[in-house]
Design a protein around this ligand. Structure first.
Ligand code: MN
Length: 197
């Protein structure tokens, strides 16, 4: 009989998009973007996200990006940020609220989710569950005092079933949409230039 078996129910995937773009501009970093209200507030994470719940990753806020930008993979031109961009991970997320110490609940309904996400960011502490192709599990973005007057945040993996000790994003150098490495994405540009020359 099934009566005594407790099935672990998995929450539904969210309606809000997220993307993490690996980007080599002046220096290598990972741009985390979360959909809220039709735009994507963004953070630059120099060391990349980690599934290791014992590490805190510096995350510097950058400008909000348009939703369409999450589809961009290629070589960025121009003076600012020029260099290859990889869609390192993509998917959806649900913001979470803490219902009791260490116990979180995902907010699935879209309008409520956006309200919770917006308020959490304003409060400087956003908890969220990522459903990506590489990343799965619960994270927090926490605002800190910052360095030299600059606002900064920390990206932290909550300890859960998906935590992985010593996880290093740089060990996974392939695109979530094309499987290409960052060097291969950068190399496409060189081919175009060679053809143009
Ligand atoms: Mn960037």
């Amino acid at each position: 009989m099934f009566g005594t078996v407790k099935m672990k129910t998995k929450p539904r995937r969210g309606h809000l998009a997220f993307v993490i773009q690996k980007h080599k501009a002046t220096s290598l970093h990972y741009d985390l973007r979360l959909e809220i209200g039709g735009v994507m507030p963004s953070w630059s994470v120099p060391k990349g996200p980690s599934l290791d719940s014992s590490v805190k990753r510096l995350a510097m806020p950058t400008s909000d990006h348009q939703m369409d930008y999450r589809r961009f993979e290629g070589v960025l031109k121009g003076e600012y940020g020029a260099g290859p961009v990889m869609i390192w991970d993509e998917g959806t997320y649900n913001p979470e609220v803490e219902v009791s110490k260490g116990v979180r609940k995902e907010i699935v309904e879209k309008q409520e989710a956006e309200e919770v996400a917006r308020k959490s960011l304003a409060d400087g502490n956003l908890k969220f569950f990522l459903y990506g192709k590489k990343l799965l599990g619960s994270f927090a973005l926490v605002r800190t005092k910052g360095f030299g007057g600059k606002e900064s945040w920390l990206l932290i993996k909550h300890r859960d079933d998906y935590s992985q000790p010593r996880y290093d994003a740089n060990d996974y150098d392939f695109s979530a949409v094309s499987d290409k490495t960052l060097a291969q994405i950068a190399g496409q540009d060189d081919l175009h230039r060679a053809a143009d020359a």
